[in-house]
Design a protein around this ligand. Structure first.
Ligand code: CUK
Ligand code: CUA
Length: 632
């Protein structure tokens, strides 16, 4: 979490007084979340794994967990980040970083509507963005973001996924270098990054960055409809304080939303207005033909300075430490969540354009004009609960805002700004999610509350209690709480999409013929054991109900043994697993048609059994073998 101490203390006290879990009318709730055995859920929900660095897949309305997609963290369940094929995915300019803190999943969009092709998610700590392929539910690509420290405000997409946008939470020297921390005001800068996405393949490249004053940039969303071509980023700490200990930050009455005209930025880039800055970062991708990940090192990035690019960026004054920024389905309203504010300010895109035309400015910072608050504000939602953070939309003219401190969701009407309903959440809600709720076309049937604290809601599990989500029916006038379900890690943000869109794309297995992995074993006839110096390469196949070879001799203590295992199956849901006794690395899980490699360096002589770890047939238990390890 990101809050100042004071807010945390207030929130703890507040959630303690929230209604107990016995209150509420749950009549009819059971039938609304009940998905009969053998039936499918209506929606997929993708939830960030927070500090476990992964992405989880649930069904709605049942709240059933289907899968943990390995993204930024090693996962011994599948061998992700341990196998030779996937290790390159976690390379960064800081070396191999097998963990991160993932906050915001975002589905790719076509014409402003989630299209089910990919889902992106950010790594907050070692600044990265990942792209997951939703035909395989596997991580396809991870790109590192240079000149960024704390990649929090990402990875939000533009209307046709032209770009994934990202902002840096911490300002740092650009390029990074050794300077005194108290030279913050002079040396520290923020960056707003625009990552170009290949429309066919999805491949990401950093197109350009915009250098901005050294505030803390928190969250973002792209424009849509009339505001397509713009992107909005919240910022706080406009005081540019380098310590929060004396509460130097959050003193200003207003911080800012940065509004970026990225189409104009593209023009400036094409005109050669950008400076090339040398900096090292990685792009890693999984090649589905080779069934292997590769790392590419990049050494420079284009940076635009607002001073050289008039009209490219403006600041919209926004009360006290804005956190979330959300654009309504029409693209006209830009809603900020001011975490210390007493109202929800809503900016108008059309008023913003007029104010720019009429130069209604209130000064400027580093070449960025500040627009007058009154000239851009469309309205303020009063009595929005304490600590409003994030807003989603139902597509029927209503907005739903999470209030962290008062632990509730507040429903209000766009245009009149009146609060029409509110419902408590248990407890301390951060984000909330309506399927498609940040797009042009929300499927406004449910809202999911993503809670930070559960306290008394579940059976206690020692000092650490689970985090959780709550499913709320929003199809009627009154919100109705239907279901609580625990989540894996902190569910910062989530995305939802009708199941039928994804089911159409689902891949059942990898085609063995297309697998051009250099260590593939295409048939049992090609299986073999080869020695190259102190390396042993075992080219092995797995098929129901055996590995071949299953007895391996000639291995010496200290040899580097590589098991290259190809799963010859061509059928849905028949992975084989592989583990050898004493393997201090990971098991492998090999999907049908895939080749996977694990390295093992045996430390002492003897006989080592290996076996299949994933139930695959009646003879699964018999799927086994031996390695003989001799002394040198
Ligand atoms: S954050 Cu956690 S409540 Cu990282 Cu999007 Cu707002
Ligand atoms: Cu193969 Cu179990």
């Amino acid at each position: 979490m990101f809050f100042l101490m004071g807010v945390i203390i207030v929130s703890a006290a507040f959630s303690g007084c929230a209604p107990s879990n016995e209150e509420g009318d749950f009549s009819g709730a059971a039938s609304k979340v009940y998905v009969a055995p053998g039936k499918y859920d209506e929606f997929y929900a993708f939830m960030s794994g927070g500090f476990n660095g992964q992405l989880t897949v649930y069904g709605l309305p049942s709240g059933r967990l289907f899968k943990i997609i390995s993204v930024f963290s090693q996962n011994p369940e599948t061998g992700y980040g341990y196998s030779e094929e996937t290790k390159p995915m976690l390379m960064t300019s800081y070396g191999f970083v097998p963990w991160d803190d993932a906050h915001h999943p975002e589905l790719s969009q076509t014409d402003g509507v989630p299209d089910g092709r990919w889902i992106f998610i950010n790594a907050n700590n070692t600044t990265r963005v990942a792209r997951i392929d939703l035909s395989t539910f596997e991580t396809a690509e991870i790109i590192e973001i240079p000149n960024s420290a704390g990649n929090h405000g990402s990875p939000f997409v533009t209307e046709n996924t032209e770009y994934v946008i990202a902002s840096t939470r911490f300002s740092v020297p650009v390029p990074n270098r050794d300077v005194p921390i108290d030279s913050y005001k002079e040396n520290f800068k923020g960056t707003l990054s625009f990552i170009k996405v290949d429309p066919e393949k999805g491949n990401m490249e950093i197109a350009f960055q915009i250098l901005v004053p050294g505030f803390d940039y928190d969250l973002a969303h792209a424009g849509k409809g009339p505001s397509h071509g713009w992107a909005f980023f919240t910022s706080y700490n406009s005081e540019q304080a380098n310590t929060l200990l004396e509460i130097n930050a959050s003193q200003n009455d207003k911080d800012f939303i940065a509004a970026v005209n990225w189409k104009l930025a593209e023009k400036y880039l094409a005109e050669g207005k950008a400076k090339k800055i040398n900096t090292e970062y990685y792009r890693n991708y999984f090649d589905e033909d080779k069934q292997k990940a590769f790392s590419e090192k990049r050494s420079s990035v284009y940076v635009l300075n607002p001073k050289d690019c008039p009209g490219m960026i403006y600041y919209l004054p926004t009360p006290k430490s804005p956190h979330g920024v959300d654009v309504d389905p029409t693209g006209e309203y830009i809603v900020a969540g001011g975490k210390l504010a007493t109202v929800i300010p809503v900016h108008s895109f059309s008023k913003m354009l007029k104010a720019i035309e009429n130069k209604e400015f209130d000064g400027e910072i580093d070449g960025i004009p500040i627009l007058k608050y009154d000239a851009v504000i469309a309205g303020e939602v009063e009595n929005p609960g304490l600590g409003p953070l994030h807003t989603e939309f139902d597509g029927k003219g209503y907005a739903y805002t999470s209030a962290f401190i008062s632990s509730e969701i507040v429903k209000w009407k766009l245009g009149t700004w009146e609060v029409v309903d509110r419902i408590p959440t248990y407890y301390s809600i951060g984000h909330l999610m309506i399927p498609g709720g940040d797009s042009k076309k929300p499927w406004g049937k449910y809202v999911v509350a993503l809670n930070k604290i559960t306290k008394d809601r579940y059976l206690p599990t020692g000092p650490e209690l689970c985090q959780s989500a709550q499913l709320i029916d929003i199809s009627g006038d009154k919100m109705q709480l239907l279901l609580d379900f625990p989540t894996i890690g902190e569910p910062h943000y989530a995305q939802g999409i009708p199941a039928e869109i994804l089911m159409k794309r689902n891949k059942k297995f990898y085609e063995l013929e297309k697998n051009s992995h250099p260590d593939k074993t295409a048939s049992e006839k090609e299986t073999r054991v080869e020695r190259k110096g102190n390396e042993i390469h075992v080219y092995m196949t797995a098929t129901r109900t055996h590995f071949k070879p299953d007895n391996i001799e000639g291995v010496k203590v200290g040899d580097r043994v590589y098991f290259h295992i190809t799963n010859l199956e061509q059928d849905w849901d028949i992975p084989h697993g592989f583990a050898v006794k004493g393997l201090n690395n990971s098991e492998l899980l090999i999907m049908p048609g895939q080749t996977k490699t694990i390295e093992w360096v045996p430390q002492k002589e003897g006989i080592y059994p290996f076996y299949c770890t994933d139930f695959c047939s009646a003879l699964h238990q018999e799927m086994q073998g031996y390695v003989r390890v001799s002394s040198k």
